[in-house]
Design a protein around this ligand. Structure first.
Ligand code: IMP
Ligand code: MG
Length: 187
């Protein structure tokens, strides 16, 4: 048995809808390492605060942060915009605020996915009001067709088409976050 990486199941069914593997565990691991290397280089000698956006980013966040070798701190936001649907409500709510001071600090927001961009726009406004030293964004997935907001995303794991995806932290009505790979709706 290969204990390092198990073969992902090719299909999963959640709420009677079928999803197929889209990005494998191995591809994710490789890309997370590349992103961490870039961030380590860019923030050498600094002490950034990595801010995860809950719930979706929790697995990406924990994999990424363990590859970061500059001094750093962490904190979390909790936002809600999707409810149980597959389309963002566009109505972003702050469910948990930060516990840290961001003024004069290097802030790195860690997201699972940028879809409409409304959540990130909300976060950017909230953080930049408090005058950080720098503001950067890392997202594992980026749906470029969808983004309605004009802002820079500094580190992107994978650009993906405008389809609903689950797994590796991303949910469908709170399910499927525990899947090791990223799955896409199989039409
Ligand atoms: P945005 O505000 O539309 O950019 O959406 C951001 C949030 O919606 C992400 O942080 C995710 O939690 C969630 N989201 C967006 N697209 C998907 C998807 O395809 N699957 C699961 N969650 C998603
Ligand atoms: Mg999210």
């Amino acid at each position: 048995m290969n204990s390092a990486i198990s073969e992902p199941t090719q299909f999963v069914t959640i709420n009677n809808e079928r999803f197929r593997v889209f990005i494998t565990e191995e591809e994710i691991r490789k890309r997370v390492l590349e992103l961490a290397r870039e961030i380590n280089k860019d923030f050498e000698g600094r002490t950034p605060i990595f801010i995860g956006v809950l719930n979706g980013s929790f697995i990406f966040f924990s994999d990424l942060i363990r590859e970061i070798d500059v001094d750093c701190e962490i904190d979390f936001f909790k936002l809600s915009s999707y409810g149980d649907a597959k389309i963002s409500s566009g109505n972003v709510k702050l469910l948990k605020d930060l516990n840290c001071q961001v003024t004069d600090r290097d802030i790195i927001i860690v997201e699972d996915i940028i879809d409409s961009g409304l959540s990130m726009d909300f976060i950017k406004k909230l953080i930049t009001k408090q005058k950080p030293r720098s503001f950067s964004v890392v997202t594992l997935l980026y749906k470029s067709d969808c983004v309605k907001i004009d802002f820079k995303v500094d580190y992107i794991g994978f650009q993906i088409p405008n389809h609903f995806v689950i797994g590796y932290g991303l949910d469908y009505a709170q399910k499927a976050r525990n899947l090791r790979a990223i799955y896409i709706l199989d039409k």
